[in-house]
Design a protein around this ligand. Structure first.
Ligand code: 5GP
Length: 131
């Protein structure tokens, strides 16, 4: 998918929109989500123009990829989350309800986070294919 330079996270990276920054290095920026779903809800984004994890893993340099992974862990440490725990999640595309077309990892923490998916495990034999 072609990268849109006018998505909100591109604007935050350029300084055209403000953000509540919690961590930054050469490869990544972390800031608080504007509509938090948990007491701690932070987004970690690469500084390069990537829409999704599959494109990032195919096209980003090894330094960018390592840098983003390091930044996710550094952000969790910076926020003091390593004791109580946290969840890291990245949405891609329609089925995952991706809203902002710049790769981002959500970090959720600060309360019990419930099952991994809203509807939990489906019964054995469930057909997941689209009709
Ligand atoms: P997605 O559904 O794409 O995985 O998540 C996008 C996230 O970005 C949402 O949780 C939404 O609240 C957050 N978001 C959207 N616009 C802004 C913004 O302008 N600033 C910040 N800090 N977060 C935003």
């Amino acid at each position: 998918m072609e990268y849109d330079q006018n998505n909100v996270f591109a604007k935050i990276l350029r300084g055209d929109l403000p953000c509540d920054k919690v961590y930054e290095d050469d490869f990544a920026l972390a800031f608080r989500d504007i509509n938090p779903q948990a007491p701690v809800h932070v987004l970690v984004i690469p500084k390069g123009p990537y829409v999704s994890i599959d494109e990032f893993s195919a096209d980003a340099t090894a330094d960018e990829q390592a840098g983003l992974m390091r930044a996710i862990g550094a952000t969790a440490r910076e926020l003091g989350l390593t004791g109580g725990g946290y969840r890291v999640l990245a949405n891609k595309g329609r089925d995952a309800h991706q809203e902002v077309m710049h790769l981002h990892f959500h970090i959720f923490a600060g309360r019990p986070l419930g099952p991994m998916l809203e509807d939990g495990a489906l019964p054995p034999g469930t057909n997941y294919r689209r009709s």
